[in-house]
Write a protein that binds this ligand. Structure first.
Ligand code: GAP
Length: 513
């Protein structure tokens, strides 16, 4: 089995074993691509949300946050283009009866070519040792150049065919490349068809009067339809932003890779309303700002890259993804889109209401343009969780699994551990717990040996362990153990709050942006 697959399996099993993520409805054998967050997962997720919300709403004087309903008027999805154009091209394999996204089959084919390129580079790096010049090798090696050209040709043809809705050509491409069902090897494909990703539901008590609704496939439309309300009541001038965190639903054709692609997921989106003609400058600024926000988490700059879109969504005049190096390779983490005035103009047309801004400097009315940043909360969770999960071999040869989460995001900030369950140590520890609980999410644990308790806290990413022993009763000090270095130091109880706070508060994280 490939090493990447092992890493990913470990991520999934660790998430379940330590109360982060469970398959939804598990006692009924689960529901495909739906997951529940457990006790530690919910804390981590809430902390990620806080990091995003504070960075957007609290740090920017001109960005406000809202919370719009999941159920929205059905005409919204007609206006936004989702009824007509929110489709994925699907293809079925006639032998295995399995369904695939046609574009993903082609993209996976190209990813395999990229793997070959990387192997060539690795081989050359070994051969040349310190003298290896990667940039020169990539620019001149005939094999690498051939692989790159092949990939570029395939992806550009795919993009053009999808843009023209030429699904016959997408099928022809799959056949020319001799792409087979990855599980069975069969090349017996159906035609490629479009599949709308929105879930339908009904509003109303009786069958006759019920209205057909959709579960929202993005949170952004809740922001667009509230633009006027927010602008009027907040009295913000352009440019200003509206942020929102909430659930979105998509009937994904292929929902694999754990919480990377789910049918029910959460988005953190911000629409930045700007004067027409200025949108591309703001778009470039938001690309930088959002990348810096990710980098502040300390997961390693080498794990991020931009991917500028060749095929633009129906609403965009520029778009890029921030990709992250997940355990299964670089994939989209966040989208930054220059959405023009497409959405607000469409809502103006479909609702019959004027959605305009009077610009006192230009002395004119216009429909604002929009730059959007949109990050999947669950994907971000997976990025942070998988990157933080490490197996370490210690100096004495023993091993430990540690989840080195950014401290501000850790589900539990400190564990308070009486060394033994007697001699008044639990009562002393309890006092510390009752004091710290007002500032931090802390836990009290007295079961098992101290070593086992340390390992359990390492595995859920707790930055501090506080051990109470017999000396504590006399000198009012405790042993403070640091998760990452495993160093221990003796500190007065009165210092605990300050030391923990310095490491885990959001200010430390936010000031790095
Ligand atoms: N409002 C724009 C929009 O929704 P998108 O690129 O379709 O754009 C934005 O989605 C982000 O939402 C993605 O970058 C990804 O992080 C997340 N996302 C999209 N579909 C998802 C799914 N099925 N499961 C989990 N996250 C998803």
């Amino acid at each position: 089995m490939a090493k990447q697959e092992d890493v990913f399996k470990k991520v999934v099993s660790h998430a379940k074993e330590y109360g982060f993520i469970f398959p939804s409805s598990e006692i009924y054998d689960g529901l495909s691509a739906i997951y529940d967050y457990g006790q530690n997962g919910a804390e981590l997720k809430n902390n990620i949300k806080q990091y995003w919300w504070k960075a957007m709403v609290q740090l920017n004087e001109n960005i406000v946050g809202i919370d719009s309903a999941i159920f929205m008027h059905p005409t919204i999805w007609k206006a936004s283009g989702h009824v007509d154009a929110f489709n994925d091209p699907l293809i079925d394999n006639k032998d295995s009866k399995k369904r695939f996204r046609a574009d993903v089959l082609v993209e996976d084919y190209c990813a395999k070519i990229e793997d070959k390129e990387n192997k060539e580079i690795e081989k050359a790096a070994k051969r040349f040792g310190d003298a290896f010049d990667k940039a020169q090798f990539e620019a001149t090696n005939p094999k690498i150049l051939e692989y790159r050209e092949k990939r570029a040709t395939i992806l550009s043809r795919l993009a053009k065919s999808l843009e023209k809705e030429d699904l016959a050509d997408v099928k022809a491409l799959i056949e020319e490349l001799e792409i087979a069902d990855p599980d069975t090897g069969s090349k017996n494909w159906t035609e490629v068809r479009q599949f709308n990703l929105m879930f339908g539901t009904k509003l109303g008590a009786s069958a006759d009067s019920a209205t057909d609704l959709y579960l929202r496939p993005e949170t952004a439309q809740g922001i667009f339809v509230n633009y006027l309300n927010v602008q009027k009541t907040s009295r913000h001038k352009l440019p200003f932003g509206i942020a929102q965190i909430g659930k979105a639903f998509r009937n994904e054709i292929v929902a694999r890779q754990f919480i990377f692609r789910m049918r029910e997921f959460e988005q953190m989106e911000m629409q930045y309303f700007v004067p027409p003609g200025t949108e591309l400058e703001f778009y470039e600024n938001w690309k930088k700002t959002r990348l810096n926000w990710h980098l502040a988490l300390g997961l390693g700059a080498e794990n991020y890259r931009f991917h500028d879109h060749e095929k633009l969504a129906h609403y965009a005049n520029a778009a890029a993804d921030i990709e992250f190096n997940f355990p299964f390779g670089f994939k989209e983490l966040e989208g930054i889109h220059s959405r023009t005035d497409f959405d607000l103009s469409a809502h103006e047309k479909f609702s019959g209401r004027k959605i305009q801004y009077f610009d006192p400097e230009r002395n004119e009315n216009y429909v604002p343009y929009v730059v959007e940043t949109s990050v999947g909360l669950d994907r971000l969770f997976l990025a942070i969780f998988s990157n933080s999960l490490k197996d370490e071999v210690l100096e004495d040869g023993s091993e430990r699994t540690v989840l080195s989460l950014p401290p501000a995001l850790a589900p539990v900030k400190a564990a308070i551990l009486p060394l033994v369950k007697k001699d008044g140590l639990p009562a002393f520890a309890d006092k510390i717990f009752n004091d710290l609980k007002f500032d931090f999410n802390v836990i009290f644990e007295e079961k098992d040996s101290i070593g086992k308790r340390y390992r359990r806290q390492d595995a859920i990413g707790t930055p501090f362990c506080i051990t109470v022993d017999h000396d504590s009763l006399n000198d009012n000090t405790v042993t403070l153990r640091y998760r990452d270095t495993m160093e221990q130091e003796r500190v007065p109880v009165s210092e605990l709050r300050r030391i923990i706070d310095e490491k885990v508060n959001f200010r430390t994280l936010l000031s790095k942006i």
